[in-house]
Each structure stands twice: as C-alpha cells, then as structure tokens.
Design a protein around this ligand. Sequence first.
Ligand code: SF4
Length: 460
Amino acid sequence: MKIYLETMGCQMNRLDSELVAGALRSAGHEMVSDADSAEAVLYNTCSVRLHAEQKVLSRLGADGKRKADGRLRIIGVLGCMTQRMGEVLLQQCPQVDLLCSPGRLGELPGLLSAAAGGEPAVALDAPRTQPPDATAESALDRLDLSRDPAATPNPRQAFVRVMRGCDKFCTYCVVPHVRGPERSRRPEDVVEEVRRLADAGRSEITLLGQRVNSYRYEHNGREVRLAELIERVSDVPGVRRLRFITSHPSDFSDDILFAMRDLPNVCEYLHIPAQSGSDAVLRRMNRGYTRAEYDALIDRAGDIVPDIAIAGDFIVGFPGETEDDHAASAELIRRSGYKNSFVFKYSPRPGTQAARRLADDVPAEVKTRRIGELLAVQEEVGLAHHRRYVGGRVEVLVEGVSPRADRQPTPPPVGQVQLTGRTRGDHVVVFDGPAVLAGEYVQVDVLDADARTLFASREP
Ligand code: SF4
C-alpha cells in the first residue's frame, strides 16, 4: 500500500515516525511524500500545544472528503493526540479508521492490515496507573532495535531513544499523561543500536529522552545513569559527536558535565528548559527546582565546561504570571547567556493540572507582548553569545546547501554554493564551498555573527 506519513511535534515524534516508516517498509508498504498519491494517510500527532491538534483536525476534515470520493482508503492517527482523546477522536472524526497511541506503535503494521480488511484498528495505552503491557513494550523495543541504520533522514546524523515517558508532571504538560511512566532502555541495547548506526556512517548521535538526565537502568542491583551511558556510547568507534536532549534542571548531576568535559566526542551543548525565571511560577508549574537552583546549575555548567552552549525554553503567560514574574524570566535569559531560547505562549491542555485548577488569566495580547519581549532579550543575548566565536575557528558538520542563498554579503564564487552546517555546540554556520562537502566535517574561520548564525569562510 502507498502510505503518506506526516509528523507533528517534537524530535521524539520524528524518531517514532522514522522507525514506524521503516517497519511499514519492511512489511511491504511504500512510503510516499505526496499525500494525494497515497492510499493511506497517517498523522503522527502532538498534543503539547493546541495549534498542533487543530492542524490535524483540519487535515482529517479534508481527508474525509477524499475518502468519501474514493481517492483514499485509510486514515490513521498515531501518537499523543490518540492517547489524549482516545475513542472520542473516532466519534468526532468518524472518517478515521485507525488509532495508535505512542506506546503501541510497534503494532502499527498489524493495525494497518486490520484497517485494510475493514476490521477495528484501535490500539491505545492502558492508563499509567496500570502495569505496562509487556507485549506492547517488547514490540516497542523491537521497533528501536530493528531499525534500518541506513534509513535515517540524514546520512551523518541519528537520534537514539534512551528512555520513554515522563514522571515529572509539570502542571501544564500532557506528556506524562500520553507517553506514560518513565522507562529506560537497556544500556546494552542503546550501545548496540549506536554501534550499528555508526557502522552505517552516522557519526553524530543524539540520545533522546523527555527528561534524559533521569535515565536510570537497574540490573542485578547495579544502576546505570546517564553519565555512564554517555561514556559507553562515546566509546563506540565512529561516533564523532554525541549529544543528549532534553535535560531537566532537577536531578542534573555534575558527573554529566564532567563527561562532557572529559570525553572528546561529547559535544559542549545543553538544552535545559527553565520555563520561567520566577519561583512563584516555577512552583505553580511543579517544575521541582527554584530559580536559585537553576542559576547554580548554569554556573556549574559554565565552570566545568567553559565552552558550553546552552539553549533554554520559556512559557509566557502561565496562569498568574505577573509583570514581575515576566521580568524575572527576561533577567534569567540575560544571566544565562543562552545560545538560543524557544519561547511559547501558555495554552491550557485538557487533562493537565493547570487546565483543571488554574485560570488562564493572562490576556492574549499580554502573552503576545511578553513573547516579543523575551525574544528581543534573547536576540541581544544570542548576538553576544555568537559574537564570542568571531575570529576563531570551528568544526562544522556540513548539512547541505543553505535554504537562504543570501546569508553572506557576497554571492559564492563560481563552482561554489552557500553551505550550512552546525558546530559541536549546535551553532548554525553559513559559508561558501563546493556542494560536495555536504556530509563532511570541515574547519572554518568565523568572520561575523548575528543572533542565530555564524558567518564563516573556509580555506580550500
Ligand atoms: S519534564 Fe515536565 S515539561 Fe518535560 S515532558 Fe515531563 S512533564 Fe512535560
């Protein structure tokens, strides 16, 4: 069957889609990039923000018309939205044939066959209060372990899941509700997966977890935590760059920073969302740390790994956020010197504590103003951060031709194109060079910078 698979949301979802596409190909299906030519459309959905869910509902409406015209056979919804809405989604959208929650993705090929045969095709996770379903868990493990190492979207980069779920229950977040309790993978399985990816040329590996620093695998009374896992993965021949995302500010032990400092292939990059600079807001968010603890962590990170590049996340307009709370977030951005920050407006998500108990009382126009103000501060801070690299030399993994051809002051010389790539610290670099450099590691000299990009040149 020809299948179109579209992915919304985070890197975890993109990895799920990559693995699911591989499993569907192995089952004899053809993945197509054009929804109009597909016999089945699948959406791997995100529930973290309202906008992402609205986008899926609008797509489902259009797909319903195509199905009624006989141009489409199967419509399926995968991922977080299926678990959040459950069979209500089928009542709202009766054109949908298949539902598969994140914890049941290992069963997708079978569900698709069932849907093609006109049978019910619904696989949802049991509530997290019940013990995990062993069959579903082992199907999920197989999905990771049976991936085709040569089928990553990028020939040099690969993402590797080290854990699933989240136990943190930040009051605004649906993830613990839709992705279930934290389960860490066996370190041996992670290392084996990385080994196969590295053998296939994937030299830049990113370990993934919703709260990756809470990785914890116990066997025979011995516990493996993230720092040890990083060390084991960094030993795999062919791994030239190793990162891990996303970190949570609580339970972040210094041994992770020492691993970053001491292991040459562990990149000096940390994505560590603060969400707010105000203790009162952090408490209402149930983030589990204070502003002073966050500041102390950022200070330790800078002391132990002086070249570290840190990315942050913020939510503006969380219930009860005052102008003083907002000013504390702006001040935190300045103090932390982030490379970049992801800033989002709060929107209540059904099923979360915040949606149940806290009034969404910051007006929309105030949220819009605050997001603009935080982004403006980040722009200043990002510029200062990037300018630190001007005059120095950095290693870039070349990703390909820059999507914007006008990033350098002059057009590329004949025979060259404007290339883009990333440093170990995840900085975007633009420079001129031959297109054949795509996928190579090169050294470039940084000539200039703006708040998000380093502009460089390369000696031929
Ligand atoms: S740590 Fe908080 S924000 Fe992150 S996934 Fe878990 S509940 Fe959501």
